[in-house]
Design a protein around this ligand. Structure first.
Ligand code: MG
Length: 221
């Protein structure tokens, strides 16, 4: 149930999901640091994808479940050590995604000098819209908006990325062989914040799609 997703009505099975940390300067600043000079990646397994995109579930073990709206890129063919130009031709779809984060666990792990993967890779930590083709889009100039209960929290543009999408794919391919159906979550603009049971979230990327979902406590499901 977790593994099937959609690209223009065609079902596919997502591979690995690479995520980029602090790829918008204003978000890096709100997290208390500068943006890294080279992309920093972490991974979510495909089991983190929310099976029903109308509902996000807050795990019982976190008290700070946060939203991060991100442009998600689907890789269409294998690439390793690719150039930025080759990276562009490897993109075959884009979607709206939410990189859900258990911020309390992440901060505890950072303070302890321990890996914080669990705070990003748990079941339900990735919400995706259907994918659409990228050919007609300028991926370097897309507006991202996320509102909670009708109040805007995040508003940005993909032009504000520190490392643009071709650079991200090329950098990722130096460490990880990228395969067809791998996904890259390209970072979030400022305004990340806590979600509570009963919240209604609308996340939109102009020309790409929209997510509209309810937030529910695990205990209430
Ligand atoms: Mg993120």
């Amino acid at each position: 149930m977790y593994y099937a997703y959609w690209m223009n009505q065609t079902t596919f099975t997502p591979g690995k999901i690479l995520c980029v940390a602090r790829n918008y300067r204003d978000h890096a600043k709100e997290m208390g640091s500068d943006a890294p000079s080279e992309p920093v990646f972490f991974l979510k397994p495909c089991t983190s994808i929310v099976p029903d995109p109308s509902k996000a579930i807050i795990p019982s073990w976190t008290n700070d479940f946060q939203h991060e709206i991100e442009l998600v890129v689907r890789i269409g063919r294998m690439c390793r050590n690719c150039t930025a130009a080759e990276a562009v031709s490897a993109i075959d779809g884009v979607a709206v995604g939410i990189d859900f984060t258990a911020r309390d666990m992440q901060q505890r792990r950072k303070q302890a000098g321990m890996p914080w993967e669990q705070a990003k890779a748990f079941d339900g930590a990735c919400l995706l819209s259907p994918f659409v083709g990228a050919d007609a889009l300028d991926l370097s100039a897309l507006d991202l908006d996320l509102s909670v209960n009708g109040v805007v929290r995040q508003q940005g543009n993909s032009s504000q990325m520190v490392h643009d999408i071709p650079a991200l794919i090329a950098a990722a391919s130096r460490y990880f062989t990228l395969e067809e159906n791998d996904l890259i979550m390209t970072g979030t603009p400022a305004g990340v914040g806590r979600l509570e049971h009963g919240d209604r979230v609308v996340a939109t990327i102009a020309g790409v799609g929209a997510l509209d979902f309810a937030v529910v406590d695990e205990g209430a499901v």
